[in-house]
Write a protein that binds this ligand. Sequence first.
Ligand SMILES: NC(=O)c1ccc[n+]([C@@H]2O[C@H](COP(=O)([O-])OP(=O)(O)OC[C@H]3O[C@@H](n4cnc5c(N)ncnc54)[C@H](O)[C@@H]3O)[C@@H](O)[C@H]2O)c1
Length: 345
Amino acid sequence: MSPLRIAVIGAGVIGKTHIDALAQLPDARLAAIADPGAEAGALAARHGVSHHADYRALLEDGRPDGVIVATPNATHVPIGLACVERGIPVLIEKPIADTVEDAQRLTAAAERAGVPLLVGHHRRHNPILQTAREVIGRGDLGALVSATILYTFLKPDGYFDVAWRKQEGGGPILINLIHEIDTLRFLCGGIESLQAMRSSKTRGFPVEDTAAVVLRLRNGALATISLSDAAATPWSWDMTTGESPQFARQSVPTHFFSGTDGSLAVPTLELWRYEGGRGWLDPFTRTALPLRPANPYVRQLDHFARVIRGEEEPLVGGADATETLRATLAVREATDSGGPVRFDA
Ligand SMILES: NC(=O)c1ccc[n+]([C@@H]2O[C@H](COP(=O)([O-])OP(=O)(O)OC[C@H]3O[C@@H](n4cnc5c(N)ncnc54)[C@H](O)[C@@H]3O)[C@@H](O)[C@H]2O)c1
């Protein structure tokens, strides 16, 4: 079997992560890079592949077997459509699009053309989340009662030297929260409704620095997400999972799933259950579930290779990613309206 030739469009922070991850796959290799940025030509030369400033030239150049789109959000749909029109399977970074309507347009085009579309919600490829999903799905916690998610961290002051990060749309609701919404959907199922508040009190920028979200899930459980990029805490996925080496790692849980029979802390995978009597006066048993660390970006590309070969369906398809986007955008809507936002079943 000859190695798959996979091209990368957009070689910024996450594009480079994908290029590094590709190097770890035995049955795929980097085919070409498209990026108009000043450094992209040298990057392509270091990897011994062709470079194009315009992604359309890349798509015509020896037709790659698959394409990774890691460009700014607003370009995901036009570039995705260009891949789909040429019948090239595509992995699009999250969010799938800027709007639900554009996400639906891309999803429909891919379905019509029969071209696989995978969306880069990489956490779903992390064995930690996959184990947590199995535990909750198997009913080890009993019926789910509540989920509590902390995504609080401190972005350094220099991060805000770029003007758009201080403006509406550049804050943690649209940049970071989408990961937690997707995590919640992956582990606990659909969202029925949500309410939210946001604040910009700490930094004083036009965009929010902090938000609190309350969600009612379709299975009847209630969930809360506490979000901030202005709080000095270790309680964030990035710092606690070791997914990205640039974050100093902390061994504390950030996600708490509670059921009628037990509860699970994530990413530490501590399972808490009553073994004898069952009530708040009885002793608890704490079990550390086995952790199987693995790089989710590498696993995502391994999956993408199997999707290209027709061996697997995309773990996160367009319709699924559209629901994550819909709920994330609804958080901002709810902070403005004050009222609940409800979702059709
Ligand atoms: N899954 C994750 O963990 C994760 C992490 C970070 C970013 N992202 C997503 O990845 C995307 C990129 O984010 P980033 O942080 O890497 O941004 P970035 O600014 O570091 O990189 C974007 C790159 O795209 C290039 N580019 C812009 N327009 C282009 C075009 N038309 N054709 C080709 N290249 C073009 C830019 O020159 C730049 O090099 C965003 O959608 C973001 O939401 C995902």
